[in-house]
Design a protein around this ligand. Sequence first.
Ligand code: B16
Ligand code: MG
Length: 219
Amino acid sequence: MNSNKGFIFDLDGVIVDTANYHFLAWRKLANNLGFDITEAQNEKLKGVSRVRSLEQILEWGNVSLSQDEFMEQMALKNDNYLTYISTMDSTAILPGVSRAIDHLVENNIPVALGSASKNARSILERTGLYHKFNTVVDGNDVNKAKPNPEVFLIAASKLKVEPSNCVVFEDSQAGVKAANTANMISIGIGDKKVLGEAQHVFPNFDEIDTEFINKLLKV
Ligand code: B16
Ligand code: MG
């Protein structure tokens, strides 16, 4: 198939349901510090870097930590998160995702990962998806967290595709904002009420058929 398009997938909440594990680990941290966080607050954390997430949570709980305590809490949160994902394998890939990625790969369309997570590479390896991506850009490769578009712009440049020819799949408000700022086509995965800024929103990948993807290739 002849196309000048590139596709960029977010990881947590798009390819695998780790968004829930991030929430559980942050909630545990907040509870240990004497307060709670809600699912609505968690929406604001999706796609946001580990450091920025902890800063935000501490603001909500009105808690201040020394630099050492801050680093300790970040490490604890990540340890808990790693425990949640320790048994993850290919069965954790969300429905419809492999079909979409395989369709793009079979048609030689460049595919990238654009995630804020520093654990992204290990999750891709665990689920057997790593080799399908032409490039992986994650939390280790960026200085500016979503909603800054840096992660997607680096992915586009590595794919050698113009930003305006890139399609981004995102489950977070911050990520949709980042894709829009990068002048990319934003596809929200989740609730339309939450991801209203995206150009298209689907509840999950099962609802995205090959015909829709082929249409995007021709836009
Ligand atoms: P880590 P994504 C993001 O991944 C998550 O949505 C966000 O909840 C998390 O805080 C962030 O990665 C950092 O993750 O602690 O594993 O480095 O959605 O951009 O794939
Ligand atoms: Mg996400």
